[in-house]
Design a protein around this ligand. Structure first.
Ligand SMILES: Cc1cc2nc3c(=O)[nH]c(=O)nc-3n(C[C@H](O)[C@H](O)[C@H](O)COP(=O)(O)OP(=O)(O)OC[C@H]3O[C@@H](n4cnc5c(N)ncnc54)[C@H](O)[C@@H]3O)c2cc1C
Ligand code: SF4
Ligand code: SF4
Length: 406
């Protein structure tokens, strides 16, 4: 096709798409996000792009580049990125805390923003009605809607795809997405002033990676059911960590522990881009949440089930203010947190950052495109790893390319 995007071609050659939908936002009507085997959201170009659209995609696509800028108000950690404060905490509303993924802090802050008219709506992801193991991006205008969206869904989402509807309105929104979604949005905000005007708040969560829909289907199969037999599905939530729960059409439920669903199934279906992700902790967001659990070396909680607690990283002055205001309004409870504990709490994130340089080198040496990371301390993080670990990951990535798994 004439006018085929060179940027998207490079992304495809390196299998670098994270599925954010940013390119579809830049060229609405020309690019759409669709599911591709084995169930990842990927851009499909339908008509020719202008040179300007192509260049803009090359500047904001997180599969091609990601840049972290640090202000003098932020402490810049090699592993955890720029931040102002770290806390643990939870939503004061017990229903929200129970329903949410960890402590419900993201949802509590979003609810507070809506109830105090700081925003007119929240752009966030829900379980899709016609595909219970998938996501759909919608607008929440009420606390009840935010509650409905709470919980992590380990499935593709492309929250930027339809954002043009909101940035052309006169309203103000908060946005919640994966770290790569927020990175793309922040990059776009540098060249489109409507973004900051319409979306003044950007929140995210720590992210180990997005599994394909096949991952969700494999969980159902292990439970002894399938997509055509269920009416609803939760990956987790309703407790901490919360069990994967399938509701069958007859109303009965089947459950699987987080350890089994994420550890034994979903983590094996994670897309390539996530294996070379330098920013699983949302460096571009105003505020990020994660699981604040004591865990084993693989990152699984050392308890069966308990009331949820979130780790909260306020990255920007706005994020710190949102947190303080939600606390003052008694929407969340907070405790201080020593950031040196984070490597033990998030061994998966720590491990991936240490071996990233080795993985990228394995790809580069065989001529595969990799994302350009700026300000993400790739070399400094590699120095925290062992020679053996780095060599193993370098060779592992070379083998994956040879075996055409990339
Ligand atoms: C794919 C994925 C990987 C994750 N990896 C890690 C990890 O490595 N370490 C860790 O500590 N935590 C991880 N989490 C985050 C963690 O599970 C919690 O989301 C986080 O602790 C926030 O909890 P909360 O109770 O404050 O959020 P909640 O109040 O439950 O709010 C969750 C928010 O996330 C949004 N959301 C849910 N699923 C998606 C999705 N697929 N795409 C975009 N938005 C979504 C919801 O719309 C909601 O606004 C991951 C989450 C996801 C979705
Ligand atoms: S990462 Fe986002 S912007 Fe880049 S190709 Fe994929 S969907 Fe488009
Ligand atoms: S691991 Fe990184 S690239 Fe993958 S979905 Fe999460 S933030 Fe995006």
């Amino acid at each position: 096709m004439k006018g085929q995007s060179k940027a998207l071609k490079r992304v495809r050659r390196g299998n670098l798409c994270s599925g954010c939908g940013g390119c579809a936002l830049i060229a609405p009507g020309k690019i759409a996000m669709t599911y591709e085997t084995p169930g990842y959201l990927r851009p499909t170009q339908k008509s020719a792009l202008t040179a300007a659209e192509n260049e803009r995609i090359a500047r904001i696509c997180p599969g091609l580049r990601q840049e972290v800028l640090v202000s003098d108000k932020q402490h810049d950690d090699v592993l955890w990125g720029p931040f102002i404060s770290m806390h643990t905490g939870h939503a004061v509303n017990p229903r929200l805390r129970h329903s949410a993924s960890s402590g419900g802090v993201l949802s509590a802050i979003l609810t507070h923003l809506l109830e105090t008219d700081q925003v007119d709506g929240v752009i966030q992801n829900f379980a899709a009605q016609d595909l219970p193991i998938g996501n759909v991006t919608r607008l929440s205008r009420t606390a009840a809607s935010v509650l409905q969206a709470a919980g992590s869904r380990y499935a593709p989402s492309a929250p930027l795809e339809e954002l043009h509807r909101h940035i052309n309105s006169k309203q103000r929104f908060a946005f919640v997405g994966k770290p790569c979604d927020v990175a793309a949005l922040r990059a776009l905000a540098k060249e489109d002033e409507r973004i900051n005007a319409r979306i003044p708040v950007m929140l995210s969560f720590f992210c180990a990676g997005v599994p394909s829909l096949s991952g969700g289907e494999a969980v159902l199969e292990k439970m002894g059911t399938s997509l055509d037999k269920i009416s609803a599905f939760r990956f987790r939530g309703n407790g901490w960590p919360g069990k994967a729960t399938a509701t069958l059409i007859d109303g009965s439920t089947l459950e699987m522990s987080y350890h089994d669903s994420w550890g034994k199934v979903l983590s094996r279906h994670v897309q390539h881009r996530c294996k070379i992700c330098a920013d699983g902790t949302g460096a571009a967001a105003d505020l990020v949440c994660a699981d604040a659990w004591e865990c084993d070396e693989q990152g699984y909680p050392l308890f069966e089930e308990q009331e949820g607690t979130s780790l909260i990283v306020a990255r920007t002055p706005l994020g710190a203010t949102l947190l303080a205001k939600a606390k003052d309004a008694k929407k969340i409870s907070l405790e201080s947190f020593d950031s040196s504990r984070l490597t033990r709490m998030q061994p998966g994130q720590f491990g991936r950052r240490r071996v990233l340089f080795a993985r990228l080198s394995g790809l580069r040496i065989l001529g595969k495109p990799v994302p350009k990371y700026i300000g993400l301390h790739i070399m400094s993080a590699a120095r925290l790893g062992t020679v053996r670990g780095n060599l193993k990951n370098f060779l592992g990535m070379v083998r994956r390319v040879w075996q055409k798994q990339v």
